[in-house]
Design a protein around this ligand. Structure first.
Ligand code: HEM
Ligand SMILES: *[C@@H]1O[C@H](CO)[C@@H](O)[C@H](O)[C@H]1NC(C)=O
Length: 317
């Protein structure tokens, strides 16, 4: 506990009682069918994050990329086959989405603990995202459960529905709106970029061509991200990429957002105000992030007899 708190100077924990009206999901879904499910997932996530802190970021992003493509249904986890047009090969995911081996590990452990395939892969992603944020000293929340797994995937939908790093503010707002999320959700959830890394190819244009960027910051990235080559070289999305804190927002106020889409949130538009607020108020950010994560997790779940509970997250039953 002490070591963890030392690692991240700012640790804030909040218990968000996540009760949003519309969902058919419930936080108690596995209480009877598999009481050990949540503890089991948490253990594997903690283990993985202990081995590599970036894994927490990668797992958070998997849930986001799952939910934004036809809802939170585990579709991102399906490997390519002659009948599965894998989302792993879509532009936002290819050579970028990671953490699939950890999801496999969780699935094995949780099926063992439950005595069979009781917990869906979609729910595993939602719980692993929360446990990752907590493991990196971020806020906690109650995860809604009961999602079932898709029997399809769509590379095209992944290409079209996941926002791109070159989007400006109107495009970001429109994209989130298409998923039932508002500007508050956009700003709060973009705070997910308080952890993890991005490849040169996603921020090259920003550091060479953007004008709303701190000059020294841009210069400091150019050796790591030359105008030609080095496409997969990594840079942290914020200066404390292994800690879930509010440095991401402080950075935006200083024009040091790494992605064009990050800085778009603080560039004179309607989202300047919440960015400013979160940059100085960690409690407000924690609370907003937790609320918006629940909202994102509620996007078009399969429930009841829809879909299936996969035995292997990479394959249909
Ligand atoms: C607002 C629109 C968003 C855009 C345009 C965007 C774009 C990106 C890009 C380009 C990367 C780097 C990928 C790479 O180079 O391989 C990235 C990484 C990441 N994104 Fe986003 N993202 C957005 C929203 C979100 C949201 C809502 C979350 C979660 C709540 C999130 C979580 C992450 C995380 C944690 C990483 C680091 C992953 C790692 O290190 O493995 N992003 N994002
Ligand atoms: C900068 O913008 C120009 C014009 O849009 C483009 O041709 C060039 O490739 C960009 N430079 C980088 C490094 O992305």
């Amino acid at each position: 506990m002490a070591a963890r708190s030392l690692f991240c100077l700012l640790a804030f924990v909040l218990l968000a009682l996540a009760t949003t009206g519309s969902s058919q999901l419930s936080s108690q879904f596995y209480e009877k069918s598999c009481p050990l499910a949540l503890l089991t997932i948490k253990r594997v996530v903690e283990d993985a994050v202990h081995q590599e802190r970036r894994m927490g970021a990668s797992l958070l992003r998997l849930h986001f990329h799952d939910c934004f493509v036809n809802g939170c249904d585990g579709s991102i986890l399906l490997d390519p086959t002659p009948t599965i047009d894998s989302e792993k090969n879509a532009r936002p995911n290819l050579n970028s989405a990671r953490g699939f081996e950890v999801v496999d590990k969780i699935k094995l452990a949780v099926d063992k603990a439950c005595g069979g395939p009781v917990v869906s892969c979609a729910d595993i992603l939602a719980v692993a995202a929360r446990d990752s944020v907590v493991a990196l000293e971020g806020p906690t929340w109650e995860v809604q459960l009961g999602r079932r797994d898709s029997t399809t995937a769509s590379k095209n939908a992944a290409n079209n529905d996941i926002p791109a790093p070159f989007f400006d503010l109107p495009a970001l707002i429109a994209n989130f709106k298409n998923h039932g999320l508002d500007e508050t959700d956009l700003v709060a959830l973009s705070g997910g970029h308080t952890i993890g890394f991005a490849r040169c190819t996603t921020f090259r244009n920003r550091i060479y061509n953007d004008t709303n960027i701190d000059h020294k910051f841009a210069e400091s990235l150019k050796s790591k991200c030359p105008s030609n080559g080095g496409d997969s070289n990594l840079a942290p999305l914020d200066p404390t990429a292994a800690c879930f804190d509010m440095a991401y927002f402080r950075n935006l106020v200083e024009k040091k957002g790494l992605l064009h889409s990050d800085q778009a949130l603080f560039s004179g538009g309607s989202t300047d105000a919440p960015v400013k607020k979160y940059s100085s108020n960690p409690e407000a950010f924690s609370q907003a992030f937790a609320m918006s994560m629940v909202k994102m997790g509620n996007i078009k779940p399969l429930t009841g007899t829809q879909g299936e509970i996969r035995m292997n997250c990479r394959k249909l039953n």
